[in-house]
Design a protein around this ligand. Structure first.
Ligand code: ACO
Length: 401
């Protein structure tokens, strides 16, 4: 590897790499990704094994602390997260201030940032106990406020965590349970959602994770860094793609289901339309998460007895695009977001909540990366630029302009 500091000192050269397509911003022990072969591993374990055999909180522990938990460590972790699921009453008045039409991701980012007001002490990352508590607190509270963004939108009374139930089951309850009676959650839905969260849990230096690391590199607190990550995830080129996919499938459906017409549109360079859920910065072969999700979509819809014309359109679209020279030449394959929205929809989750679900899944990854960055004592993130503006100019008083 080139020593950039030495190169710059010797030549004054700055590397220009728009979108950081070939810039490694850090060394990391968390996630291994091979885009050519379609390989994804967390801490050395394949995504296929983890999605099949582990639970979301088990994977969260693995990502954050580096090892799979023992049974007693996992039980303690789940209990400790539960302890922190109470959210300050004053947070409710902050939620009240939002219009019901506000996008849940905007509200989630704001509420996560607002948590800094109630947890003002910055975490001493060197202190294991303090760090562990901060991790549990973040995972506990984030789930509750994430679901509150939905309840606000629906005009439902805010709901509280049920300590007798698991984290993922609580997500569904927190979303949908009404004062009229308990909300029964199908265990198959819980299992599928758990798997989806695992598939989203980390993906090395993607846009939102890099954002979390760079904000945290100024030693801003954990909640502030996570809040920035939520904002980065919101965009349709990143986590917002799962919402955009569903909207696109709906649009194709409403236009008579002519898949080929939309593939043609996506290839037209004068048309800004892209096939949402296709393409990836790193995967240039296939996205291993998309394979698992495609199967899960069939399973979940089958189990719930849901027939969704959008699933058929998605499958046709995938087929047509994969046989198309344009998509082949550019190695554009379905990514993780292509099928996830269809599963969420089958579970009754409204489209504007899709990216919030991605955020819940990605949270342990953000925490793990933030922790690694701080423990490695990484310097503040501060890229350089090549200036292309005006040369030196003489200032003219306003009266002379
Ligand atoms: N539809 C049509 N053409 C596409 C698409 C697409 N979905 N994605 C890329 N291309 C084309 C580009 O127009 C470009 O063509 P050109 O070489 O003729 O100019 C070429 O493929 C390379 O695309 P880039 O935009 O340079 O690739 P980059 O790595 O910068 O972008 C991204 C990756 C943002 C994911 C892109 O593929 C995209 O916009 N996809 C749709 C949005 C999406 O699904 N995002 C989710 C990503 S996964 C995630 O965040 C979890």
């Amino acid at each position: 590897a080139i020593d950039i500091e030495k190169l710059r000192a010797a030549t004054g050269a700055i590397t220009i790499d728009p979108g950081y397509k070939n810039t490694g911003s850090c060394k990391s022990e968390i996630t291994f990704l091979n885009g050519e072969e379609g390989v994804l591993r967390y801490r050395g374990y394949t995504i296929e094994d983890l999605a099949e055999k582990a639970t979301f909180l088990e994977v969260s522990y693995l990502l954050i602390f580096g090892e799979l938990p023992t049974a007693s460590q996992l039980e303690k972790f789940e209990n400790d997260i539960r302890k922190y699921t109470m959210v300050s009453e004053e947070m409710k008045s902050i939620i009240d201030g939002f219009p019901r039409t506000a996008h849940p991701m905007g509200v989630l980012s704001s509420l996560t940032s607002a948590l800094t007001a109630f947890n003002p002490k910055s975490v001493n990352v060197e202190n294991e106990k303090e760090l562990y508590e901060a991790v549990c607190k973040t995972i506990g509270k984030f789930l509750v406020i994430a679901t509150w963004t939905f309840r606000k939108r629906m005009g439902y009374p805010l709901n509280y965590y049920d300590n007798t139930k698991g984290y993922v089951e609580n997500f569904m309850r927190l979303m949908f349970e009404l004062p009229t009676g308990p909300y029964k959650v199908d265990p198959k839905v819980v299992a599928a959602l758990d798997k989806l969260f695992i598939l989203h849990a980390d993906h090395e230096q993607n846009c939102s994770t890099s954002t979390v690391r760079i904000v945290g590199s100024s030693h801003a607190g954990l909640f502030a860094s996570i809040s920035a990550g939520v904002s980065a995830l919101w965009g349709p080129l990143h986590g917002g793609a799962n919402q955009a996919v569903l909207e696109m499938l709906q649009q194709i459906h409403d236009n008579g289901g002519d898949v080929a017409k939309f593939v043609l549109k996506a290839k037209d360079k004068n048309d800004p339309f892209r096939l949402m859920g296709f393409g990836h910065r790193v995967y240039k072969n296939f996205d291993p998460r998309a394979k698992i999700i495609k199967k899960a979509a069939d399973d979940v819809l089958g189990t719930l007895g849901v027939e969704d014309p959008l699933l058929d359109i998605a499958k046709q679209l995938e087929k047509v695009a994969l046989e198309d020279e344009y998509f082949k030449a550019r190695n554009l394959y379905p990514n993780v977001d292509f099928y996830s929205g269809i599963i969420y929809r089958a579970m009754g989750i409204p489209v504007e909540m899709f990216t919030v679900l991605f955020a819940i899944g990605r949270l342990p990854g953000w925490i793990a990366q933030w922790k690694e960055m701080r423990l490695n004592k990484e310097p503040i993130g501060r890229p350089r630029q090549v200036y292309t503006g005006s040369p030196l100019r003489a200032f003219k008083e306003v009266k002379d302009r």
